[in-house]
Design a protein around this ligand. Structure first.
Ligand SMILES: [Zn+2]
Length: 609
């Protein structure tokens, strides 16, 4: 078997060196549907076995990409002059010494981790965080649904507290929204920490972001109550590697798995029990039992001022690495033309891994069996994917056990290849452009989180990151979506970047319809946190995420090359390329005004200053 795979790679390399690839003028026009199809037919073939992290199939994909980069004269930008950055995935044991100290009207009480409060397994580096307590009810800001617990409040620099599972008017898909409360309090409202109840689905870190659970399984099943996985941590054993195909790998050891630095200071996201909240609310002369009863019946929760409550969080955990597994990012660079600006960068990214293969034949969807309930499904909760209401999956071909990932994210993989070729064989912009094919996205954003913590170039020299994940289809296979691409995050960190992308689109011979629905903070899929761009955005780098949305073949054996819309794929790659050229030629970095998401459902166009 092994030699047959190698023969395939050799054949591909020989074909290249025989001059199948003609050196054109480069640029956007060099991005063609025919070439994208050619590359994707290999990347998403059964030979690559679904490209699961740590497998032979992923290695074949890495070699294929690297050989093309070499052919186009894209320079290596990985470790030691190679095209590869080794990603170390550590299994870590934790010794918990963290605590929360609450001062109420001069009276003090300390709750240790595991005794009334629970810190994530990966609580980050040691630090002490202090702030005034601010109670924000259900902790939700969903103005479109008529819910805004933050209205009229400034929680900046404070410790946010929230309770419950949302009011009766919670929109569909509320679990991700509940799971995002702590993260949103910190990222959007600039709280220094967040404390929520230790009931399922209602707490913070990891409940929605980048854990394997978030990437591939329903959030409701992902996290046992009271033990939220940390950002950058996955509960052991890579559960997100849905679909099997682990190839006899060892079970993951350790309390959590991470690729990130363990000394990173992370804003605390903590869950707490009744005793903790009892003490907090005693300050305001309120009984927590009354508030809890209202929360349990999803009634309106009264505002409670906690003026005399201050909270000190002492993050103190010791970590021991007990296992390391290795995978690789593929990294290439085209140097900029400006002697001053060439030491600054625009990053382009996609993930080249997928979820592997089913070790047993997948069960077809049936009316009795909600879609996505099987391993590798990923829609969760019986709901249809991304709002594709009423759609059923195709019955797979008999014996088809391979999740080809043609759209996810074979489409982005070949899209970034085309962009790299366009830069390498075309005009050079002032800044350098770097291309990263991330490994292990499906297992918890492994490759991008590693790159963001151990970058190959200094992050403060990175002007923007443009990420592509699933750009080869029409959302829910709707023909009306043929010219639509969804943009997420473009306006959150840099308004200027958003506007550059709008200008790039207008400059295309045939502009696309840019849709910001998934950028809406009330979007139930929390897409902003669910692909590799989020690893860079978390470091303050402006990003744009390009996707064509979910469909019924998502994370299923039927995500195959035959279903890809190659002209659309080429068109979006041209848009990303054109935006990249604009950013790379700018004499300054796109300004980071951090105004958060403004373009949402139904919005379009540039944002005025
Ligand atoms: Zn993906």
């Amino acid at each position: 078997m092994k030699s047959r795979f190698m023969a395939a790679v050799c054949a591909a390399v020989v074909a290249l060196s025989l001059g199948v690839h003609a050196q054109g003028k480069g640029g956007a026009a060099s991005i063609t549907p025919a070439e994208l199809k050619d590359w994707l037919s290999y990347i998403a073939s059964d030979q690559l076995q679904g490209r699961q992290v740590y497998t032979e199939g992923l290695g074949l994909a890495a070699s294929y990409i690297a050989e093309h980069l070499k052919e186009w004269n894209v320079k290596p930008a990985g470790d030691d002059g190679t095209y590869f950055q080794v990603v170390k995935v550590n299994g870590v044991n934790v010794t918990r010494n963290s605590s929360v100290t609450v001062t109420v009207n001069g009276q003090t009480k300390t709750f240790k981790d595991g005794e009334g409060v629970t810190f994530p397994a990966n609580a980050g580096g040691k630090q002490t965080v202090t702030g005034q307590a601010e109670f924000v009810g259900y902790g939700l800001s969903l103005p479109e649904a008529g819910i805004d617990d933050y209205k009229g409040r400034d929680v900046s620099g404070k410790v946010v507290l929230y309770v419950g599972r949302g009011p009766k008017s919670m929109p569909a898909g509320g679990n991700r929204l509940l799971g995002a409360r702590a993260r949103n309090a910190i990222e959007l409202s600039h709280a220094v920490a967040a404390i929520g109840p230790s009931i399922g689905g209602g707490f913070g870190r990891g409940a929605g972001a980048g854990t394997p659970a978030a990437a591939a399984t329903p959030p409701t099943t992902a996290t046992p109550a009271g033990t939220p996985p940390a950002t950058g941590a996955q509960p052991a054993a890579g559960r997100g590697a849905a679909g099997g195909g682990r190839g006899g790998a060892n079970a993951t050891l350790g309390d959590f798995t991470t690729v990130q630095r363990l000394d990173n200071k992370i804003p605390p996201q903590i869950t707490a029990g009744d005793e903790f909240f009892d003490f907090i609310f005693s300050a305001a002369g309120q009984k927590y039992a009354d508030i809890k009863a209202k929360a349990d019946s999803q009634d309106a929760i009264p505002a409670v001022a906690l003026n005399n409550v201050s909270i000190t969080i002492n993050v103190d955990a010791d970590y021991t690495i007990v296992q390391t597994r290795l995978t690789r990012n593929v990294v290439g660079i085209v140097e900029g033309s400006d002697p001053k600006l060439k030491d600054t960068y625009v990053l382009f990214g996609a993930h080249y891994d997928h979820i592997g293969y089913q070790q047993t034949p997948p069960r077809p969807a049936s009316p009795q069996r909600p879609q996505g309930a099987e391993a590798g499904g990923g829609f969760g909760g019986g709901s249809a994917p991304g709002g594709c209401t009423g759609q059923q999956r195709d019955t797979p071909k008999a014996g088809d056990v391979i999740n080809n990932g043609a759209d996810d994210d074979g489409s982005g993989t070949v899209g970034v290849m085309a962009i790299a070729k366009a830069f390498a064989t075309g005009p050079k912009p002032k800044r350098s452009v770097i291309f990263v094919w991330h490994a292990g996205e499906e297992a918890g954003l492994l490759g991008s989180r590693y790159m963001a913590d151990y970058p190959e170039v200094p992050l403060d020299k990175v002007s923007a990151q443009l990420n592509i994940d699933m750009i080869g289809r029409n959302r829910c296979d709707e023909a009306s979506e043929a010219n639509t691409v969804y943009l997420v995050g473009s306006d959150r960190i840099s308004t200027e970047l958003h506007n550059l992308n709008e200008d790039a689109n207008t400059s295309l011979a045939a502009p696309m319809k840019l849709d910001y629905e998934f950028n809406d903070p009330a979007d139930p899929e929390s897409i902003y946190t669910r692909s590799d761009h989020y690893s860079y955005a978390s470091k303050g780098i402006p990003i744009i995420f390009y996707t064509t949305g979910l469909h019924r073949d998502y994370h299923y054996v039927t995500d195959e090359v035959g279903k890809i819309e190659f002209s659309k794929l080429a068109h979006i790659a041209q848009l990303v390329y054109t935006t990249g050229v604009k950013v790379a030629n700018l004499d300054h970095f796109p300004a980071r005004d951090n105004k958060g998401p403004r373009k949402g459902k139904g919005a379009s166009g540039k944002i005025g200053s």
